[in-house]
Ligand binder design. Sequence first.
Ligand code: NIG
Ligand code: FE
Length: 376
Amino acid sequence: MLITNIGTLVTNDPDLGTLRDAAILFEAGKVAWVGTKVPEGTSGDRLDAEGRALIPGFVDSHGHLVFAGDRAEEFAARMEGRPYTAGGIKTTVQATRAASDDELRANMHRLVGEALRSGTTTMETKSGYGLTVADEERSLRVADGLERTFLGAHVVPPEHDPDTYTDLVKGKMLDACAPHATWIDVFCEAGAFDGEQTRAILQAGIAKGLTPRVHANQLQHGPGIQLAVELQAASADHCTHVTDADIDALANSDTVATLLPGAEFSTRAQYPDARRLIDAGVQVALAADCNPGSSYTTNIPFCIAIAVREMRMTPDEAVRAATLGGAKALRRSDIGHLAPGARADAVLLEAPSHIHLAYRPGVPLVNTVFKDGVRA
Ligand code: NIG
Ligand code: FE
C-alpha cells in the first residue's frame, strides 16, 4: 500500500525526521520506503491522505489488562476525598480469581480493541490480579500475543504474610510463570513490597531469564528507581516522587522512565515532572497503565494531552514518548518509528499534524490504524 499526500509524517527516525507532503510505502507488513517523491513504477493499493498526518502506532508499554470486574465505586469515593492506596487491588484479585479463562480473555480483548481504535498497535500487560501460582500462570497464558510481564509481586494477598508470599513469588510462582513472560515487575511501594523484597524477587526473575521493570516511586518516595537502575531494568514506571539522585541515576542508565499520567488523573495526585527528567537527559515513555483501580483508560491521546498540559512536555516530546519511548521501554527496535524496515504500524490522524493530539483534547482524531501494513 502506498499512502500519498501525507501532511505531516512523523518518522521518529533521526535521519528522516518529520516530513511534510510525504508518502510512505508498506510492503509485506513493513515500511519499504519513505520520502517526498514517489519512486516511479510503484504499484499496488494507493491511499490519498489528503493532507492528514501519519504517525507511528502508539506503543503502550504498561498495562494491567487481565482482570475481572471494575472499581467505579472506589473511584467515586476518591473523588469525594478518600485517598488511593495499594489495598484496593485486593477487590480486583477476588473478582479475577472467580472469573473463567474465557471471561478474562474476553475482557482483555475488549480493552485491546478499544486501545487499537485509539491508535495503539502494541500493548504490554502484566499479571498481578491472581496472586496464586495457578491464577498468575493463567493470567499470563490468556495474555498470549501481547508483551507479557510477571507481576506476582503486586500486593501480598490476605492469606499470606509478606515473607512467605515473597518466597512463593521467587520460587514456585516464578517457576510456573517464567515460561509465559519476557519481563518481571514488582510494585515497590509502601503497602506493597519494600526495597529488600523487590531486589530479591527481581534477582530471582533475572536468574530465570526475565528482564526487570519496576513500579517505582508512584505514591511516595522510595528505593524503586535506584533498584531499577542497579538491576538494569528496562523501565522504572511512574517516577512521580523523585529526588535529584534518582534523576541522575536514570540519566546515566539505559532504564527508561515510563510516565503514567492516567494514574495521577484518576487518583487526583500530582503529575510527574517530565520536563525535569527530560532536561536531565532521562529517556521517557508515556503509557496508559490501564487497570480497573488507578487508571481505567486505554486512550494514549488522552495521556499525550495531559503530558503536554500538565507535565511540561512539548507535543513533539509527548508523541515521541508514546511511540519510540514505549518501544525503548520494551527494548523493541522494530516498532515506534517509521523508517524502512520497521513494522508498518501507523495511525492516520484526522488532523494535519500530530500537534493536534494535544491541541484538540478529547476529540477522536484517529482516522485509520494500520497494523502490519493492513487497516486494523
Ligand atoms: O500501576 N501501582 C500498582 N498497580 C496499578 C494499580 C493497580 C490497582 O489499583 O488495581 C498501577 O497504578
Ligand atoms: Fe501499573
